[in-house]
Design a protein. Structure first.
Length: 361
């Protein structure tokens, strides 16, 4: 019997598997496909990302440095409102490469990471969890047992569903695609043209340019995406699509099963970004959860909420501005744009006394 079986090897699963294996636990991590694929992410992250990967991986993963964002209430020809910092705010990275690097870190720490293994059923019992696993290229299924299971299987989580944990309050539909002309531009463009969210353009250095948007389900996302690329006069390829859960849910734990990352809706409500929040929560889980102590799951619940819930709450507040009437948005952007002193993953830095004083002075 394993101490932990981790379902899904994205950033949440790989990080938890690594940390739990480093602590000395027996860890099996199962990924249904090939790690990192299919891509459904911009890989636009704060520079904190470099605390989670080996120094040697940075040159391979790094694509571009971002110092600011041009906000528009309309398309590319509407007035830009630049928010910027003199230090870099964020980096654009190779997301597929990131997942592979994080999985290698887990393997090097001693976790048994297997691709082509889909968890199809989870039976939580008093003293263990029994998982049914289907292996690519093999007929029939395998059974695996664990003291505890980490559900790191993304926004449409089978683990969450199987054990009856609550769904995220909201799930957005995100799409993105690329053009291949190199662009070393140092800012992203944000268009407040999608209902309750936004569309974007991200320069990815030699890797080209990304166009994307997210919006609530029911919105004609593909149509809005075509309007975006038409307004830029570009033809994109490699269209990607994915779900963005917005939380937080009331609970992410049962007696022997816990969720991390998108499965637990641990994302930023105002950007949909979840890479760093999922790894922050994975570290909380690895620090506090003991596989033979179901009561340690309560400590994980408190720890990740302490680390992230005020940021998520303030992130919801920022997101409300996306739904304001356009003239109000324009006035607000005009008043607030300029140099900012915020951390991309910490809305609390936007609402800090020092920053508000600077904005309104
Ligand atoms: C369009 C879009 C753009 C985004 N851009 C950004 C961004 O720029 N920055 C940012 O920080 N975040 C971004 N995100 C969010 C980010 O992708 C997620 O928050 C992040 O991937 C969460 O990591 P995770 O490990 O929880 O889940 P995932 O990365 O989704 O990993 C889950 C893994 O579980 C596997 N899996 C699923 N079911 C099973 C099963 N039954 N058995 C075995 N394996 C299974 C999947 O194959 C997958 O590999 C974006 C999301 C979208 C949709």
């Amino acid at each position: 019997m394993y101490d932990f079986v981790v379902v899904g090897v994205g950033p949440a699963g790989a990080r938890f598997a690594r940390r739990a294996a480093e602590t000395g636990y027996d860890v099996l991590a199962l990924e249904k496909g090939t790690i990192g694929t299919p891509l459904a992410c911009s890989g636009h992250v704060s520079t904190d990302i470099w605390n989670y990967v080996p120094e040697a991986a940075k040159p391979e993963l790094f694509q571009n440095r971002i110092y600011g964002a041009n906000f528009h209430t309309g398309g590319p020809h509407s007035d830009p409102h630049l928010f910027y910092k003199t230090d870099e705010i964020s980096n654009v990275i190779d997301r597929v490469g990131l997942d592979r690097t994080l999985a290698d870190c887990a393997r090097n720490a001693g976790a048994d990471v297997r691709e082509g293994h889909t968890v199809t059923d989870i039976d939580e019992r008093a003293d263990r969890v029994v998982l049914t696993v289907s292996v690519a290229g093999e007929s029939g299924t395998q059974t695996v047992e664990a003291r505890m299971v980490a559900g790191c299987d993304g926004p449409i989580s089978r683990v969450r569903n199987s054990v009856g944990l609550p769904e995220p309050a909201e799930t957005l539909h995100g799409v993105l695609a690329f053009t291949d002309e190199p662009d070393d531009g140092d800012h992203v463009d944000v268009h407040l043209t999608a209902p309750r969210f936004f569309a974007w353009r991200i320069p990815r250095g030699a890797a080209g340019v990304e166009y994307g948007l997210a919006a609530p389900p029911g919105t004609e996302v593909t149509e809005l995406f075509e309007q975006l690329t038409d307004s830029y006069g570009v033809e994109t390829d490699t269209f990607c699509s994915g779900a963005i859960p917005i939380g937080p849910p009331e609970t992410v734990t049962t007696d022997r099963v816990f969720l991390i990352g998108d499965a637990a809706a641990q994302t930023k409500p105002f950007t949909g970004g979840g890479i760093l929040y999922s790894m922050t929560a994975a570290d909380c889980a690895a620090r506090h959860i003991q596989p033979d102590r179901p009561d340690s799951l309560d400590i994980y619940e408190s720890a990740w909420r302490q680390a992230l819930s005020s940021e998520i709450r303030l992130g919801h507040l920022i997101r409300r501005a996306y739904s304001l009437p356009e003239p109000v948005q324009r006035a607000g952007l005009t008043a607030l744009s300029g140099e900012i002193g915020v951390h991309m993953d910490k809305p609390s830095s936007f609402f800090s006394k020092a920053h508000l004083k600077r904005l309104f002075s």
